[in-house]
Design a binder for this molecule. Sequence first.
Ligand code: SF4
Length: 178
Amino acid sequence: MNKIKVATVWLDGCSGCHMSLLDIDERILELAKHIEIVYSPIVDAKKLPEAGVDLGIIEGAIANEEDKHKAEMMRAKCKFLIALGDCAVTGNVPSMRNPFGIPAIFKRAYHENATVQQQDPKIGVPALLETTTPVHEVVKVDLYVPGCPPPADAIFFVLSELIAGRVPDPSKVTRFGA
Ligand code: SF4
């Protein structure tokens, strides 16, 4: 039986949703019989295959040009796309900057809160978008899995159902917030 090919990305989030995925613990061995992770921050494979990815999982909101590019890349190459966690689903914590605007954020982060070398970062960091948005405002999402983070049991349920060929109802196993 061909394994389901899974890709995951971590955009503007804290990695907590990926940690929750790993909290599946030994049940990951059961999942590994059915899925192959082909691209993810938690495996060595760091190049998204050009085609044939069955399931994409996005953690985090879209805050900068690189996030936007990665979300579009995942949508283009994954047949089914999950927004995992409240940051991906609603914008959550990363979107709290939205009312203030970029100049005020930079002033606070890189000048008022910096004890040395107060300056705006200009080299080696992707440009911030004017606002941080949930994933579905940039690309179509097929399934929303809320939670901050979604519990490991909920992630296991969602993946198990998808492996079985069913589209799960995450509201049975998780909710917004903790
Ligand atoms: S939803 Fe919560 S745990 Fe997941 S990336 Fe956002 S802040 Fe972290």
